[in-house]
Write a protein that binds this ligand. Structure first.
Ligand code: CP
Length: 356
């Protein structure tokens, strides 16, 4: 499917896309999923190359992008910043160890058809917003699409897979109570990107979104405002609760996951305040998704998580391995959603099966 609206565009945040465009991606992802299941070829990106730069670990993102490019007829290169000259912003350069992002972006853009980047946390010293600046700097210099594989503000591809899963499960977004909840983890090294993209995505398509978290674990004010605005535009709603049980009441989707406190990382804090964050986390160990809390939700509630999850902390084994869990559909949908994103943004010439 070739759609002029998507040609050559970056995919950094769902906020750059209208509701209609988001639903077009979901429709195309569904079509690609059906073709994949039937073994029908769908080589929209024959001979195209995606360069994937991973500053962080990954199971799902790397393999869904890499397998996705193969299935679309192209190829994905895995680039480890430690074995190239690590792309760095002006001012952060180290001679013969890093290379300015503007140079890396322009070199790769001469050789391939898309660049995707994962960067958050330690590689940017937990300075909130810096990873997003790096992704945007790539987009500024590369005249090919740049896809965000998770920065410190957004994880848009995860969020597309999330809402694709919701639509598959319920057939609609209207009237769906979507609860994005903080949950306890013994690790405080958790970016804000997944919950921030999830609430934006669910609000964009018209869900009734509830964000639940203990006090002190608020998300970025700009994202909250954007989610509220998107909910107003879509006919959905957006509320915040500081009570996990109250939030779960009548929920159709629960998505309990840990994220760190923006108050305890730069630029609000001078440096990452790990002990203070740990104390805040430890004071909220009861924020676990278990059978008792799930019983407060709708009888057909779906448990979601981007994975990897912290079993026994964020969620009990009974819930994640139980009948309400759709986490493996959600993980699989990374493949289909990203194939739709790549085919729509990287198909510059209208190639592929539909136009022969
Ligand atoms: N959900 C997600 O992005 O998983 P990975 O960290 O394994 O890529």
């Amino acid at each position: 499917m070739f759609d002029e609206r998507f040609k050559g565009r970056d995919f950094i945040t769902i906020l750059d896309y209208t509701r209609d465009e988001v639903e077009t991606v979901l429709d195309f992802a569904t079509e690609l999923k059906e073709r994949f299941k039937k073994g029908q070829p769908h080589k929209y990106l024959e001979d195209r190359t995606l360069f994937m730069i991973f500053y962080n670990q990954s199971l799902r993102t790397r393999n869904s992008f890499e397998a996705g490019m193969t299935q679309l007829g192209g190829h994905a290169h895995f680039l480890d910043p430690g074995t190239i000259y690590a792309p760095a912003l002006e001012g952060d350069e180290v001679a013969y160890s890093t290379e300015r992002v503007s140079d890396v972006a322009r070199v790769l853009a001469r050789m391939g058809h898309g660049i995707s980047i994962r960067i958050y946390g330690d590689p940017v010293e937990w300075i909130y917003g810096k990873a997003n600046r790096i992704v945007r700097e790539f987009a500024r210099w590369a005249d090919i699409p740049v896809i965000n594989m998770e920065c410190d503000i957004y994880h848009p591809c995860q969020a597309m897979a999330d809402i694709l899963t919701v639509r598959e499960q319920f057939g609609t977004f209207k009237g769906i109570k979507f609860v994005m909840s903080w949950a306890y983890s013994p690790s405080v090294h958790k970016p804000l990107s997944v919950p921030q993209s999830a609430i934006v995505a669910a609000a964009t398509v018209g869900c009734d979104v509830v964000l639940a978290h203990p006090e002190g674990l608020e998300l970025d004010d700009r994202i909250l405002a954007a989610a509220r605005k998107r909910a107003e535009e879509s006919g959905g709603s957006f509320e915040i609760s500081n009570d996990m049980r109250e939030a779960f009441a009548g929920a159709h989707v629960v998505y309990p996951k840990a994220w760190t406190s923006k108050e305890f990382i730069p630029p609000i804090a001078e440096k990452p305040m790990l002990e203070e964050t740990q104390a805040l986390f430890d004071a909220n160990k009861d924020w676990i998704c278990d059978d008792a809390k799930l019983a407060l939700a709708d009888k057909d509630v779906k448990y979601m998580h981007c994975l990897p999850c912290d079993r026994g902390f964020e969620v009990t084994n009974e819930v994640i391995d139980g009948p309400h869990s759709v986490v493996f559909d959600e993980a699989e949908n990374r493949l289909h959603a990203q194939k739709a994103i790549m085919a729509l943004t990287m198909d510059e010439v209208g190639g592929g099966p539909d136009v022969g």
